[in-house]
Each structure stands twice: as C-alpha cells, then as structure tokens.
Design a protein around this ligand. Structure first.
Ligand SMILES: *[C@@H]1O[C@H](CO)[C@@H](O)[C@H](O)[C@H]1NC(C)=O
Length: 271
C-alpha cells in the first residue's frame, strides 16, 4: 500500500513537473453532456451548460496526490434556482476520498450558497456552507483547494474560508493515500439544492451556463511551499471574519443531526 501510494505520488509529480497553468484541451476532458460542455479561447476557457435534458461536466486527465488546485468560475446569473455548479476533487472506486466546492443556485436576488465537504474513505458529513461577500455571477472569481498531508484549505479569491486539519492521530479519517482528479459539472438538483428543494428550476430560462478559466494545478512535491502551507496571522484573521460573518451552516454546530456530539476535529479546530 505504502509503495503503491508512493508510486502514484511520483507519477503525479512527473506528470505535473512540466506545467502550472493548465490548458483545457491538453489537461482536461469533457466527459458528459453531449455537446453542452465547450472549450473556449483555444483551451483557456470552458463553458458548461444545463437544460432540461442534461447537464454537463469535465475532469482533469491526471490524478494528483496532494496539490493546490485553482479554478476561476463565473456562475449562472439571474434565476439559477435548482442548479448546482461544482469544482471538486475525487478519487475513484469504493471508499473514495473527495473534497468539494459546490455552488447552489438561487432565485434572482437571493444569494448562492457555497457548499463545502470532505469525504474520507467514503464517509462525508462534514459540510460547511457560506454566502459570498460578492456577486459570483458578475465576474470571474478564484476558488482554490490546497490539499497537503497536514490540512485541506478552501480559499475564495485567496481568502481562506475553511481549514480541515489532519486529525488522523485522533481517529478522524483524512484523505492522504488516494490520488484524486479534478471534476467540474453543472447539473440540476432542484429536489434539494435551493431553499431545501422548495424552489425549482425554471426551465423557461434554460440553457443555464457557467464559465471556467485559469485552471491551475501545482503539485505538492516535497520541498514546495504547498507541501506544508499554513495560515499566517493575516490569513487567520480573514478566516475568522469569513466564518463569523458569512458561514450559514456548520456541521460542527448541528446537534440535531449529530446528537451523540460532533466529531473530534470540531473540538480541536483552531485558527
Ligand atoms: C437562497 O436564498 C435564501 C434567502 O436569502 C437563503 O436562505 C439561502 O441560503 C439561499 N441559498 C440557497 C441555495 O437556498
């Protein structure tokens, strides 16, 4: 097992050593949607669309064990209720690991919800949700996942919004052995996404389109900065501000759902 994961680490490193800024033609493939996903500007941009017959999606060609993954997104404008736009990492097969950014659309004038989650060995239930401090449909903004052996950091325009530390020592599973691909999609989830499923997708507004660009992957090879990336005092202040002012759901505070008490990492998290 250890040998296997070292090998995949090495091949991820070799695959990455030659580039930083990705080209959607070279580094990604549109995997579903029957023409609804389109590569733009010679590989520098990509659009996904959704209509009542199908959504669409793409994935990175390579898998990576640790890295910093940046994506710029411009979300579906106007009435985006029922739609979900995603940017996430996932391993394959049973007992999978996953690190999620999902953008839950809303009726016009109401805010998107940024949904984050971490799955380790197939088990999730670690959701935190946020409203953004800007309109994510008016311009591109950068969403990043830093994933190293010590922690996972979710960032929006370089502001950390969430940190999930590795507490494997205290029995909390942490994704650290399975390489993951980047996946992005736009799909209909009006059975649950918007205001708990009460607001449905308005198909008269279809097709819905979201835009992606400036996809970047930096591997966390030993000795590079992201292998040990931590938050400095300024970043910790920013994280505190986001968590106090913009968080709308925290699994750590949900005693209805977790009557036996929240997980160990909730008690230990500090920033
Ligand atoms: C939609 O807007 C409502 C009202 O502002 C808000 O409570 C909710 O979190 C927003 N997002 C979603 C996905 O429902």
């Amino acid at each position: 097992m250890a040998i296997l994961s070292n090998l995949s680490f090495l091949s991820a490193f070799l695959a990455l050593a030659c580039f930083a800024a990705a080209d959607f033609n070279r580094d990604a493939e549109i995997t579903w949607g029957d023409g609804r996903g389109k590569i733009l500007d010679g590989g520098r941009g990509l659009s996904l669309s959704l209509d009542q017959y199908s959504g669409s999606g793409f994935q990175s060609r390579n898998e990576h064990l640790f890295g910093r993954f940046d994506m710029q997104l411009k979300l579906v404008p106007g009435n985006s209720a029922g739609t979900v736009t995603t940017f996430f990492l996932s391993s394959q097969g049973a007992g999978h690991d996953e690190i999620d950014f999902e953008f839950l659309g809303n009726s016009s004038g109401n805010p998107y919800t940024v949904h984050t989650n971490v799955y380790s060995q197939g088990k999730g239930d670690k959701e935190q949700q946020f409203h953004l401090w800007f309109d994510p449909t008016a311009a591109f903004h950068t969403y990043s996942i830093v994933w190293n052996p010590n922690r996972i950091i979710f960032l929006v325009d370089n502001s950390p919004i969430r940190v999930f530390n590795n507490h494997a020592g205290a029995g909390v599973a942490f994704p650290a052995t399975q390489a993951m691909r980047v996946y992005c999609s736009l799909w209909n989830a009006d059975d649950w996404a918007t205001q708990g499923g009460r607001v449905k997708t308005d198909w008269t507004k279809a097709p819905f389109t979201a835009y992606y660009r400036n996809f970047k992957i930096d591997s966390c090879a030993a000795g590079t900065s992201c292998a040990s990336q931590e938050l400095d005092a300024k970043a910790r202040n920013r994280l505190r501000w986001v968590q106090q002012k913009h968080m709308v759901y925290n699994y750590c505070a949900d005693s209805n759902r977790f009557p036996q008490g929240t997980s160990v990492e909730c008690k230990r998290s500090r920033f």
